[in-house]
Ligand binder design. Sequence first.
Ligand code: NAP
Ligand code: ZN
Length: 345
Amino acid sequence: MRVNAYAAPAAGQPLAPTTIERREVGPNDVLIAIEYAGICHSDIHTVNGDWGPQPFPVVPGHEIVGTVTEVGADVTTHRVGDRVGVGCMVNSCGQCPPCRGGDEQFCVNGTVFTYASEDRDGTHTQGGYSTHVVVDADFVLSVPENLDAAAAAPLLCAGITTYNPLRRWGAGPGKKVAVVGLGGLGHMAVKIAHAMGTEVTVLSQSLKKQEDGLRLGADHYYATSDPDTFSELAGRFDLIINTVSADIDVNAYLGLLTLDGAMVSVGAAPGPLAVNGFLLGARRILTGSMIGGIALTQEMLDFCGEHNIGADVEIISADQVNEAYERVLASDVRYRFVIDASTLA
Ligand code: NAP
Ligand code: ZN
């Protein structure tokens, strides 16, 4: 079927309306009428060419919420009318050790990502800035009905990307967690860590968003532009989640970790990191994390449903997407732009 979408025609070019082909619904496929699609900073990195050549035109969008309108003959997990979500990936081999271990995002035979990725049939995937999408049922998540659909969309990437390291590194009562950068990912990290019972500190470039940070669930808020922040908080945190989309001085943050503390970088910094061996020598851990597997994503959605957690969103029409990109790049987002897909119809 031919559907409306918004695509980047070439690297660094503004997105514009277009139409794309969605495949016929196969036996294990689900056809979803998209309601909302979040704008992740990764969409911007991709279309701006930060991550190398892409198969343009690219329709970005991997924070998708919608309603099932058709299912293939073999689908038993989703029914017409269900509210569902699709995140950053739409297929994997299902056989390799990471896939069997619930880490489909690390499929050794190649995860098929939601856009700009080669699909099993040789075509390139196109993402959620569109009216409809056809996805293998195994990669379609159930979205709790009590959550607002627009607020739930960002959970599919920003939510799972922050839930995963918080869960893996034991966030919860008695733990001190710092979140670096209060953007889309950062604000989800604050909400989720707070709901887990963690003592949360935001480390932002300035105090401009302090009131918001405390409202979202942070216990403390510091400006990283103030050098005193780094002396005052030295050795404080069990876990630091770095969500910054740019290079930061990793050593300054490593100094804030306690013995055996871990800094997890989820932000996609462009440059190589310079790491001070003495800081790591204090048994500090520096690692990364990428989204999360399908089972963990469903666990995160259920957790958010239970705790009534959605993103703070600004809903936009599709023709405002280029302006929204500019605002994300200027750190002027509170805290996720979400495209209303009905404006694409
Ligand atoms: P975002 O909404 O733009 O948030 C990033 C935040 O980083 C900004 O709000 C800002 O926070 C801070 N920041 C930006 N530029 C900075 C600079 N030069 N120095 C210091 N701080 C700066 O972006 P997002 O959608 O949350 O994504 C964040 C990053 O995570 C992106 O690189 C994205 O590609 C990546 N990502 C990774 C995964 C994964 O699986 N690992 C998944 C999704 C996204 P303050 O204003 O509070 O300082
Ligand atoms: Zn994303």
